[in-house]
Design a binder for this molecule. Sequence first.
Ligand SMILES: [Zn+2]
Length: 66
Amino acid sequence: MRVKCILCDQINIIDDESLLAKRLRNRPIHTYMCKDCHERIAEKTKARLATGKFRLYRSQASHDEW
Ligand SMILES: [Zn+2]
């Protein structure tokens, strides 16, 4: 099946029988994220967690777009 990444609009083909495909069929297609973006987000999250300690006491709600 064809899936479109919500972040970069990249179209990927994934195996119909894969777990991901089954999951996407049960949920809206826009939950799909390509590997590149997934890794990018994971890194952002990690970075945020790392800096979070220092920001916690300053402001609780920084830009939380994800
Ligand atoms: Zn992407």
